[in-house]
Design a binder for this molecule. Structure first.
Ligand code: MN3
Length: 231
C-alpha cells in the first residue's frame, strides 16, 4: 500500500516535470487572469469567464505550445510568427491566434471598467473617427456584423492612425492574411462561447455591455506602445 502511494507520488511528480518542461521549451507562458472569474459581473458572468479562460483559452495555448517546436518557431515572437502566418500550418494561425487574442481581451477589461478613454486616446479616436460616438457605433457594427465566429478590433496602422476591423475565427490584424494590418489595442470576442450562457442569441446586448468593462488605461498603454513601435 505504502509502495503504491510512493509510486503514485513519483509518477505525479514526473508528470509535473514533463508539464513544466513542455511549457518552458516553447518560451510562451500561460498568463494568469488579471482578476477573479466574477470580476466582470453582471456584464460578463462568472460561469462564462471560468469556461472561457480555463477551457477555451487553455486549449488554444496548449495546442499552440505543442506546435512551436515542430514548426521551428522557438525564440520567435508572436508578432514575427503572425507576420508570416500564411506560411505555417493552420494550427499556428488558429491556436496561436486564440492564445494572443484572448490574452489581449482579458487585459483590456477590468472590474469597475468603462467610462471614457483618457484625453490622449480620446483625441486619437476623434482624429480617426470624427467623434467618440461614431467610433462606438462603428466598433459595435464590426462586432455585430461579423458573421459567425470572430473578433472586432481597434488597431493602430503604420501611420499611427486608429482603425476598426472585423476578422473571422482567431485571425487578428497582426497576421499577413488580414486585409488591413496593424497593431491591436482593443479586442472583442464575438464567438458564441463568449456570451451565449448569459445572452443567448442577443449578441448586440453583449456588445453594448462591453463598454462597461473596458480598461481604458490599459488600452491607452497599448496605444502608446504601438505608437512607440512606429518610430
Ligand atoms: Mn473566445
Amino acid at each position: 500500500m505504502k509502495t503504491n502511494k510512493i509510486l503514485l507520488a513519483a509518477f505525479c511528480f514526473q508528470l509535473l516535470v514533463v508539464g513544466v518542461k513542455a511549457q518552458n521549451t516553447s518560451g510562451f507562458t500561460f498568463p494568469a487572469l488579471p482578476y477573479s472569474y466574477d470580476a466582470l459581473e453582471p456584464y460578463i458572468d462568472k460561469a462564462t469567464m471560468e469556461i472561457h479562460y480555463d477551457r477555451h483559452f487553455r486549449a488554444y495555448y496548449n495546442n499552440f505550445v505543442k506546435a512551436v517546436e515542430p514548426n521551428s518557431l522557438n525564440g520567435k515572437s508572436l508578432e514575427e510568427i503572425f507576420a508570416n502566418v500564411s506560411k505555417y500550418p493552420a494550427v499556428i494561425r488558429n491556436s496561436g491566434g486564440g492564445y494572443y487574442n484572448h490574452d489581449l481581451f482579458w487585459q483590456v477589461m477590468a472590474t469597475k471598467g468603462g467610462g471614457m478613454p483618457s484625453e490622449n486616446l480620446l483625441n486619437a479616436i476623434k482624429q480617426s473617427f470624427g467623434t467618440y460616438e461614431t467610433f462606438v457605433a462603428e466598433f459595435e457594427k464590426a462586432a455585430n456584423t461579423q458573421f459567425g465566429s470572430g473578433w472586432a478590433w481597434l488597431s493602430v496602422d503604420e501611420t499611427g492612425k486608429l482603425f476598426i476591423s472585423q476578422l473571422p475565427n482567431q485571425d487578428n490584424p497582426l497576421m499577413d492574411i488580414a486585409a488591413k494590418r496593424g497593431k491591436p489595442i482593443l479586442a472583442l470576442d464575438v464567438w458564441e462561447h463568449a456570451y451565449y450562457l448569459k445572452y443567448q442569441n442577443k449578441r448586440a446586448e453583449y456588445v453594448t455591455n462591453f463598454w462597461k468593462v473596458i480598461n481604458w488605461s490599459k488600452v491607452e498603454e497599448k496605444y502608446l506602445d504601438a505608437k512607440k513601435g512606429l518610430k
